[in-house]
Design a protein. Structure first.
Length: 81
């Protein structure tokens, strides 16, 4: 399915180039927007994945004592969920 999308995108770009459209600008803008998009969503997706892992594995329970690796924050878990 990815190959079909790639063939269609290449065909559209070739058609646009044949019609006189500057395809290199389109590719540059697409590449830069992809980089910006990945920077914006990187932390969000990492936090989402981490939350899903915590939800599925449930390594903590109510009443557990937890502490951050650097030791600056610690405390008892009051509620989960």
């Amino acid at each position: 399915q990815i190959a079909k999308v790639a063939v269609v995108v290449i065909a559209v770009l070739l058609c646009l180039q044949h019609l006189g459209v500057n395809v290199s600008r389109i590719l540059a803008v697409t590449g830069l927007s992809g980089v910006a998009f990945s920077f914006l969503l990187g932390d969000f997706l990492a936090n989402l994945f981490g939350g899903c892992v915590l939800y599925l594995t449930q390594p903590f329970a109510q009443g557990d004592w937890v502490q951050t690796p650097d030791g600056k924050i610690d405390g008892w878990i009051q509620t989960v969920g």
